[in-house]
Design a protein around this ligand. Sequence first.
Ligand SMILES: Nc1ncnc2c1ncn2[C@@H]1O[C@H](COP(=O)(O)OP(=O)(O)O)[C@@H](O)[C@H]1O
Ligand SMILES: [Mg+2]
Length: 309
Amino acid sequence: MQSIIKIQGVSKTYASGFTALKSVDLEIRRGEIFALLGPNGAGKTTLISIICGIVNASSGRVLADGVDIVDDYRQARSLIGLVPQELTTDAFESVWDTVSFSRGLFGKPADPDYIEKVLRQLSLWDKRHSKMLALSGGMKRRVMIAKALSHEPRILFLDEPTAGVDVELRRDMWEMVRGLREDGVTVILTTHYIEEAEEMADRIGVINRGELVLVEDKAELIQKLGQKQLHLHLQTPLTELPPSLKPFNLVLSEEGTQLTYTFDAHQETSGIADLLRGLSELNIDLKDLQSKQSSLEEIFVSLVHRPES
Ligand SMILES: Nc1ncnc2c1ncn2[C@@H]1O[C@H](COP(=O)(O)OP(=O)(O)O)[C@@H](O)[C@H]1O
Ligand SMILES: [Mg+2]
């Protein structure tokens, strides 16, 4: 598939001397929802800010739909909408004026019908005459999204869109993002909420300490790195692990009623058949058994909490 954003060897060292990005290479596919996942301070906002032309890269380059974001700044910027992490709005403007004005900034002719559509989609229509200062935090965030969409961008960046927002707005936002994808808009969101990446994204990039440590299809990521656990609930508690079961690296629960077997879901043989045979030979009866796939959260934690290298 053709990529809509190409990030090539992008590094960023701030004036303070701090290196926030280390030679990041990344391609975003046209029409996908891409989640950039990483802990606070990983470099997510820095990367987005570079693509949106707010921060200059120290090296490397970025193409947005084939356009160099530095050489052809205006053209690149007109393709892109950004909902920043921090809310910035003019308190005394009305919602309607704020959003319409933003469209004008990109040199697009006025289109009240389009603005109306956007405001309705975001449940802002009833508030169109309200001044920004009269809006709740959640409503302000909706206006930020409307602003970002005002010039009909083909690429939308959402920087921590749901940090601190209520459940309703989060749900509306996810619905809106899916709707945008149906219209062919490419959506890149940053988040440190794993559930958000898990729920929303087609692909996930994990960034940690300025380095992109992984980019994968979400499902493949969960599968590829996922370990499965098999929980065996025993009919009669064990006081210790029988020696013949040692090779399976089982964990015996404290009460002795449960054995946990961890295996790689991708290995040809899981070892489960051997394990069950072994248990049967020892006359250990099972009450129940369940298997569980690692969640993205467990994968993420294992990636991000690697010791400093
Ligand atoms: N203007 C700046 N000057 C110096 N350091 C900065 C600046 N902006 C961000 N940083 C540092 O760069 C790192 C990455 O920040 P940021 O991109 O905001 O991370 P994230 O969005 O993933 O939380 C952090 O350690 C942050 O303190
Ligand atoms: Mg950030």
